[in-house]
Design a protein around this ligand. Sequence first.
Ligand SMILES: [Zn+2]
Length: 414
Amino acid sequence: MTYGGAVMHPMVKPALRRGWRDLNTVQFGMTPAHAMTLGPMDLATGSFLDLLNGTRGLELLREEGRRMNLPDGHVDGIVERLARAGLLDDARGGGPGADALRQKKEVLDRLRPDLASLSLTTSEPGDAMRQLAVRRSQRVQVRGAGRVGAVVASLLSGAGVGEVDVRDGGRVEPWDVAPGGLPAEAVGDRRDESARRAVRRAAPDRPPRRAAAQASQASQEEGDPGFALVIIAPRDDVAVHAPDPSAAEPLMSSGTPHLYAGVVEGTGVVGPLVLPGDTGCAGCLHESRTDRDPTWPRLVAQWRSGRQRQVRPCDLTLSTTVAGLAAAHALAFLDGRVPTSAGARWEVSVPGLHWHARPVWAHPACPCGAAERGKGEHPSEDGESHETMAVQRPSAQCRKASAKRPAGTWRAHV
Ligand SMILES: [Zn+2]
């Protein structure tokens, strides 16, 4: 028995609803994204699945199997099969971080739906809990604490990211207030402090002290910001539409992944997620736009220099949508995946609210070097016509990510 050894307490992932497609085939899960079928399976084995609920170790399960007259080795076979199909979790797995988290029942209760969701995107028993524990040790910075940024920061904190730092200047204006972000009581207070308070309020727990101390020590030693991810969520609409490459230079040179998000006029934007040197960055975006429209730099210069004293448009539901999607992409990345915002900007405009991805190709004239590295992958002159390719490429990465789950007779076909 290769999975987990004696201490393992196998559990069929409770996140997936179960149903019999026929007398021999069980379907785990309802939705096409994560459902699988497992067969052939006889009814005795099927009822044995109910015992795989995390309360019994393998020894006890073998005993139960004998009592149910299942043939020798059958129990281990089932457990192994389920584990290989990515359908099995381990109620005691995930390592020391997971064990520590299990001790904090109230914290874990807050995160249970998130944990269940993680069990759908991880394959090995115990991985979901391990990943949730890893989140607690991660450091993220959000730049910009308006309607989008403050909500992104709170969401990440609420989802279990251990340290969420927020940077912004000035004081909270009445129009910064948003549910889940800066509260009305904060109007007039310092924006960064208020956003950090919102982050603390949203957190299921205080950040683990030891991890935070280690992280700040590491960042001092290396002279590195030490953030796993920086989210750039400007309140300024020009900065959302035309992100300034020079503002991201320190992030590029330190190799810090960063994600753009914001609202400009009636359009919400999530992306690109920049993996420096690997995927298209703000500089690449600027170069590509200039290729397509020679007047682009002239327009950007005017937008940037124009003094704008009026409150900029930012539909509250749009900003919340953008914040939610940006936080989801950020989490996917922190959890070790490559979300579809790498090399693309997801955009949605009121009132149609149709999401679509615009590619952000690595550009050869950009000093980031991503074009050099990705040479031959996607020679492109006209970004507009490549929307479908942009969708295909990240989804190819998703397939790669989920390919850990071995294909076989149990592949989903729902
Ligand atoms: Zn670039």
